[in-house]
Design a protein around this ligand. Structure first.
Ligand code: PMP
Length: 402
């Protein structure tokens, strides 16, 4: 082997483990649901409805309007977009108390860059949105995975006790919570805001889907200057591909983020597209009630079939694998039936996004067929067991109980 071949060989065997990666990132997996092609994709809580024509036309016109000026940097402060977002949110907000970035993931990363970092910790109540600990790792912020109760609930008492114990620089509350779907009572948010020594972030990515009478933490902002509410256009607005997330908070929080944000982080194209979409907010949000209807249908039909589900204020439902089986096996079998749901790594549970009526039907048909098969197999196994006990050896395998 000559020197050139040797070095090519070295290059081929070179991998992540050979790089001088930061210790905190070693052994971690990147965030991401598998991007598989399935007939029915209900795994990343997107809005299943495409943008209506009126919004497509408005976005196209708005984007075309800035094309000639792409030689210039965009508005670094995205003032127009922030004004539009503040007007959408209401609650007396204006652009000074609103900040926007490439998805609420980036907003939360900026919050950790400003308020977390080395020698500080962030705390979240797991199971919750799995990006929160990853963003902490990426910003060298310590992470405390605090507990929920067995039914995934969180009382003010338990939340406050854990915040007092760990004194985190940043607390993440997720309401409605991903992956469980349930919104937090406002008194829990308030109790945490009272007890936390630092910033309290309420991730309200799914707020628009909440059941009637679920108040937003936006109502608390005037009383808690260290409280931050993050929102997104990725879910209810059906604008996940546009990558626009935002926060509402005291203007001082927005000032702090200016210290860490990249200059011109939101392209002129993104700003133009998002502003046009927001100008048609009612048309975009028109699908929210339909999605909520499918969400409630999933909960109702699964429960009627004896399948346990968490209460949902979001556009997805967390359901227990029937018969207490393995969630990875059911995930695979549903995929074999053309339905892609999400295994969030919670033993015995899977999460499904509420989509169109047709998608819901496909999901329910698949899951109910699987449940029937599992029940039949369990029954067969039981009969075989009884036969053995009765001495009439049954030699057929109870195969299919996977
Ligand atoms: N928060 C929660 C709870 C989410 O589930 C998601 C998306 N899965 C996000 C934030 C991030 O969404 P985006 O970056 O698209 O705004």
């Amino acid at each position: 082997m000559n020197g050139a071949e040797q070095s090519l060989d070295d290059q081929r065997s070179f991998g992540l483990a050979d790089l001088p990666l930061r210790e905190a990132l070693r052994g971690r997996s990147p965030y991401g649901a598998p991007q598989l092609s399935a007939a029915v994709r209900l795994n990343v809580n997107e809005n299943s409805y495409p943008l209506p024509d009126v919004v497509v036309d408005a976005v196209a016109k708005s984007v075309t309007g800035v094309l000639r000026e792409l030689n210039r940097y965009p508005d670094r402060d995205a003032i127009g977009l922030r004004e539009d977002l503040a007007a959408y949110l209401g609650h007396g907000l204006d652009a000074s108390g609103v900040w926007a970035a490439n998805g609420s993931n980036e907003v939360q990363q900026q919050l950790l860059q400003a308020f977390g970092g080395p020698e500080r910790t962030a705390l979240g109540f797991t199971p919750a949105y799995s990006m929160h600990p990853l963003l902490a790792a990426g910003t060298a912020t310590g992470w405390v995975g605090a507990r929920r109760d067995a039914g995934f609930g969180l009382s003010a008492h338990d939340a406050v006790a854990q915040v007092r114990e760990h004194q985190p620089a940043v607390v993440f509350l997720c309401s409605p919570n991903n992956p469980t779907g349930t919104a937090l009572p406002l008194e829990v948010v308030e109790a945490v805001a009272e007890a936390a020594p630092g910033i309290v972030v309420v991730d309200e990515a799914y707020a628009e889907f909440a059941r009637a009478g679920t108040p937003s933490a936006l109502t608390l902002l005037p009383r808690y200057p260290r409280l931050v509410v993050t929102r997104t256009m990725s879910k209810a607005f059906a604008f996940a591909g546009g990558r626009v997330g935002y926060l509402a908070a005291h203007p001082a929080v927005v000032d702090a983020i200016q210290l860490v944000r990249l200059p011109y982080h939101l392209s002129a194209l993104t700003q133009a597209a998002a502003r046009a979409a927001l100008a048609h907010a009612p048309a975009l949000l028109a699908t929210v009630e339909a999605v909520k209807g499918q969400r409630d249908r999933i909960v109702g039909e699964l429960r009627s079939a004896g399948i346990v589900t968490a209460d949902s204020d979001a556009n997805f439902v967390l359901f227990a694998v029937p018969g207490g089986g393995d969630q990875a096996a059911l995930w695979r079998r549903l995929l074999d039936r053309g339905v892609l749901v999400r295994d969030v790594g919670l033993p015995g549970w899977l999460r499904v996004t509420a989509g169109t009526p047709e998608e819901t039907t496909a999901f329910l048909d698949a899951v109910l067929a699987e449940t029937a098969e599992t029940a039949e197999a369990a029954e067969a196994a039981e009969t075989a067991g009884a036969d053995r006990v009765n001495g009439s050896a049954n030699t057929t395998s109870p195969g299919g109980v996977s």
